[in-house]
Design a protein around this ligand. Sequence first.
Ligand SMILES: Cc1ncc(C[n+]2csc(CCOP(=O)(O)OP(=O)(O)O)c2C)c(N)n1
Length: 324
Amino acid sequence: MTTVKKYTKSVVENFDLYAPKLVSKEEFFNAGHRACQGCGEALAIRLMCKALGKDTVITNATGCMEVISSLYPTTAWTLPWIHVAFPNAAAVASGVEAGLRALRRKGKIADRRVKSVAIGGDGGTMDIGFQALSGAMERGHDMLYVCFDNEAYMNTGIQRSSGTPFLASTTTAPAGKKIPGNQVWKKNLAEIMVQHNLPYVATASPSYPLDFMNKVKKARRVKGPSYIHCLVTCPTGWRSASETCIKLGRLALETGIFPLYEVENGVYKLTVEIPEKRRPVEDYLKLQGRFRHLTPDQMQVIQARVDLEFKKLQNKIDHSVSWV
Ligand SMILES: Cc1ncc(C[n+]2csc(CCOP(=O)(O)OP(=O)(O)O)c2C)c(N)n1
């Protein structure tokens, strides 16, 4: 079993990436947007933009972040930003990248690297935008895709998606007499992206801001396709107190429900230490009204699945081989 690096050691090793004085004070996603109180997604977008810097074009699939950031006649964005339909953010971002390349080749724009970045929610990424995402990644565009996974179609009223956890109550899979919430296990999109042989894939959380920004910077440097799967708290859909936004992200890690790792050219590595004795999943579930109906037996079923998935990840960390 490989030893997991402590976060502090990682900070030391990557000092140039982590040092607060190198974190831009410039804002590219500004205050005054209409996100809910305690929205993890808005916080994550702000951090992502700081890490990306100004030479970036954002393509935003329809969803919460587009709605809250672009109420006519205002905008929270100071980066070039394109709002596109629900299913095609990856397709448009790949077109942006190809267009920039053509203009540079013809000498019509400065010979400077501008990163094309697509963003979408779990519905826009894992369900309806999946075909566009898979195609763009497979074609090998020099672009980054970041999925902000709040685990349901939140913008339109908390409908379940393939990112919704097992047994969470949503408006289209409501816990009641017939069913105890969502009936299927969450899709592992980070793993599906690894299977596209991408040079860089990572999981992230705004509860670990330096780790997240470090990953965005790494992905930005990759010359080719990269993917980051960012778990973000949604107090409205998760029925959680807004002040637990950061705490829930930490509990997701400490329980092993959402480990933070990266996969560089096929090599898996945990980037934030997970306690040797993980916390029980109940610590995470009990803070969220969407799991309020769970019985101790149902929690045990979830615990067993989390233990299994964690073992599978640890196995990949121990045995993965680089393809470069
Ligand atoms: C083709 C199409 N189907 C449905 C919609 C309606 N719609 C807009 S946003 C949205 C939900 C977005 O969910 P998600 O991608 O998870 O992002 P979130 O709002 O949760 O951030 C839906 C269903 C649409 N705009 N276009």
